[in-house]
Design a protein around this ligand. Structure first.
Ligand code: ADP
Ligand code: ADP
Length: 228
């Protein structure tokens, strides 16, 4: 079964139709980019995938289970768009931030347990940030911070990772290497990736599938293109 299976869903806020008859399947191993201009429903679709809101109409299945009955929330990792903003004036270390991703699993801890330390190190290695374990977040560039937030999501060992506009705070010169890192998570660590962006230009050939939330976008160069 697809890991995420969205079948003909619609969603309406009180007055606004945010999504209408969207179908989309995320298969294991995909690296999917969901594209669409502002207001096309990308955030709404993410909230539905994450189980934060229920579609007004249609079905969603997660790992083959009706979303209502899906219990393994930790299998779906998420890095929000605004994760970057929390670190200003809050000089947490990289290790502390990544260990925060374990709290749901282990409960609060005063000192990081040994096994947790190993998990944190492994997650940082996966995003190429192991050398920055003891750095403070405010010493890092936007791209480095974003990698740390991805490590925080990875440390809980999700099978799918959902990223909301992950390249927004990254210097354009570093975007390619950021995508290379994501591609290696996808290829070498078997992480299924779903990325949301409004910026067609940031999408690279590292991505295996593209879904457009607005049919006026004509996006060339991808075989695996879905129009919703
Ligand atoms: P995107 O993420 O692509 O910018 P959104 O999912 O945020 O799109 O929004 C889709 C549509 O739904 C827009 O017209 C937006 O104004 C509207 N919308 C989003 N959130 C709400 C909300 N909480 N209440 C009412 N309307 C909303
Ligand atoms: P994003 O950057 O994730 O697209 P926005 O800045 O568009 O988010 O919106 C921030 C929050 O406000 C979201 O939770 C969204 O659901 C909500 N929102 C967006 N549009 C509207 C709207 N027209 N009315 C009420 N809430 C909205």
């Amino acid at each position: 079964a697809p890991l995420i299976d969205i079948d003909n869903i619609s969603f309406e806020y009180e007055q606004t139709k945010a999504l209408e008859n969207i179908s989309l399947a995320v298969e294991e191993g995909d690296f999917l980019a969901i594209l669409g201009p502002n207001g096309s429903g990308k955030s709404t679709l993410l909230k539905i995938m994450l189980g934060l809101i229920k579609p007004t109409k249609g079905e969603i299945r997660l790992f083959g289970v009706d979303a209502k009955n899906f219990k393994k929330r930790e299998w779906i990792g998420y890095v929000s768009q605004k994760s970057n903003s929390f670190n200003s004036g809050f000089p947490a270390t990289v290790e502390e931030v990544v260990a925060g991703g374990l709290v749901k699993k282990t409960g609060l801890f005063r000192r990081l347990p040994k096994t947790a330390k190993a998990n944190v190190k492994e997650a940082l290695e996966a995003v190429g940030m192991e050398a920055f374990l003891d750095n403070r977040m405010n010493e890092l560039s936007g791209g480095q911070q974003q990698r740390v937030f991805i490590a925080r999501a990875l440390v809980a060992q999700p099978k799918v990772l959902i990223l909301d506009e992950p390249t927004v705070g990254i210097d354009h010169r570093n975007v390619q290497s950021f995508y290379n890192m994501l591609a290696s998570l996808n290829r070498d660590k078997d992480i299924t990736l779903v990325l949301v962006t409004h910026d067609v230009d940031t999408v690279t050939d590292r991505i295996t599938h593209v879904a457009c939330l607005n049919q006026t976008i004509h996006f060339h160069g991808f075989k695996n293109q879905l129009h919703t």
